[in-house]
Design a protein around this ligand. Structure first.
Ligand code: EPU
Length: 427
């Protein structure tokens, strides 16, 4: 089985450059389907979720040309089908963005029903509600979601019952080419929501209010080919390296990030005793002492991101005291704590709450990545643990972190990616 091996403990120092945001890119790539022509994208992360998205787009008829590893041109002028293959979409949750983009441009779409995952149930009722408010008929049967419209979609008012990143972006996608003004209320405000709107506006869409609770989309007849659009830096990757600096009592300059997006993480790291200095598109994080314990409640942006919860839990696990985490987004995001407990952590997790008593030392041992962010937390734990940590199920980590092993190695970590066939590689 592929694994990442870490020999700890270490103190990280140096510079790291953050890649493009996964959760923006997995929406922007499907959003290119709204254009009958070419889109030029830069700062696209080279991760397996993006490779999966590209495979799906190609199956629909998109032509994808790589200029460099992180820059590509997608030509959607010859889409031949609006039915995305089941085997490509069923395991990949962000494939729900195909629904919004395809229904807006072609009036119909079919994908497999995105199932639950290691974080708990992941319903799409709010996505469906948005499409229906615009006049679409949505049927969920035998594992597939079918969206269609007899006439054309028409502008409407959408009020979400829960704040959802995916449903907000899908409503924007669906409304972009619909005549009239669609008002979307109780929207998610995450940086990637804003990035998708900025991308579409750069191609001639008329989307106002992204980043606030209320978004207004005035439909345009067609989008035009863009010159080039660069995806924003990944907030969660940057946050993971910020925690890495603090947890190893290191000193890291984190380049290509947006300090404003990092504020909820910065505030908590400062509370734990880290020194955080912000520059224009760079952050330096350093730490000298053992962290003070902190309490966290995950919230929609600008609250503390759920996707940083396992990483910050690992920091609290070696703090001088007891901290608490309340997970308010996902129903079962504490499964990874069993792995930290194997390493010597003292954590009691029940339902959506975890009580973490800091210990002096973690010890390396074999651990599994339960999901993408849990995998990142296992690497962080391995960096401070004494002895050898072997992280398994690394395909989860490969979904969202570009070159993570190489990046940590350059910061001084003793870390290797070992493929099943014995070849050492970077993720
Ligand atoms: N929800 C509903 N109905 C819906 C949609 C969501 O009840 O139709 C609920 C969910 O059950 C959850 C809450 O609303 O309790 C928020 O879910 P949201 O829709 O915002 O999540 P998502 O769009 O499916 C994105 C990220 C996740 C991240 C969440 C929360 C992408 C591709 N994924 O998921 O990222 O945890 O927002 O910020 O953008 C990750 O990157 O590791 C990851 C899991």
């Amino acid at each position: 089985m592929d694994k990442i091996i870490i020999d700890g403990p270490c103190r990280l120092s140096g510079e790291v450059t953050i890649s493009g945001a996964k959760n923006a890119a997995v929406a922007i790539l499907p959003a290119t389907l709204l254009v009958n022509g070419k889109c030029h994208l830069e700062n696209v992360p080279d991760i397996s979720d993006i490779r999966a998205t590209i495979k799906i787009l190609k199956s629909l008829g998109s032509k994808v040309e790589y200029i460099t590893r992180n820059e590509l041109i997608i030509d959607n002028s010859n889409i031949t089908t609006v039915e995305a293959p089941y085997d490509l979409t069923c395991k990949f949750r962000a494939s729900y963005y195909l629904l919004g983009a395809l229904i807006s441009r072609f009036g119909k779409a079919q994908i497999s029903l995105p199932g639950g995952c290691n974080l708990g149930a992941r319903p799409i009722d709010q996505h469906i509600k948005a499409f229906e408010k615009l006049g679409a008929t949505v049927e969920v049967k035998r594992g597939n979601v079918y969206a269609s419209t007899k006439n054309k979609l028409s502008a409407g008012n959408i009020f979400f019952d829960v704040v959802s990143v995916g449903a907000t972006i899908n409503a924007i996608l669906a409304a972009t080419l619909v005549p009239g003004t669609t008002t979307i209320e109780n929207c998610a405000k995450e940086p990637h929501v804003v990035d998708v709107a900025n991308f579409l506006n750069s191609m001639g869409a008329n989307i106002k209010g992204a980043g606030t609770d209320v978004i207004k989309v005035t439909g345009v007849e067609a989008l035009k080919q863009s010159s080039s659009y660069a995806v924003i830096p990944d907030q969660i990757e940057a946050g993971t390296f910020m925690v890495a600096a603090a947890i190893t009592k290191g000193n890291i300059l984190i380049k290509n990030c947006i300090p404003k997006h990092m504020e909820p993480i910065t505030a908590k790291l400062q509370e734990a005793g880290a020194e955080v200095t912000e520059f224009e598109d760079t952050i330096r994080v350093s730490m000298n002492d053992t962290p003070r314990p902190i309490n966290i409640k995950t919230m929609a942006y600008p609250g503390f991101p759920t996707d940083m919860q396992p990483q910050i839990c690992t920091l609290i696990a070696i703090s001088k005291g007891t901290g608490m985490i309340i997970e308010s987004i996902w129903e079962s995001r504490f499964q990874y704590t069993d792995e930290l407990i194997k390493m010597g952590a003292d954590i009691t997790a029940h339902g959506r709450t975890a009580m973490i008593k800091g210990v002096d030392t973690l010890y390396g041992c074999p651990v599994a990545s339960h999901d993408l962010r849990a995998g990142a937390a296992m690497i962080l734990a391995g960096l401070v643990a004494h002895g050898r940590t072997e992280v398994y199920n690394v395909h989860h980590i490969e979904r969202g972190y570009e070159n993570i092993v190489d990046k940590f190695k350059k910061l001084g970590a003793k870390i290797e990616f070992v493929r099943d066939n014995g070849r050492d590689e970077n993720v």
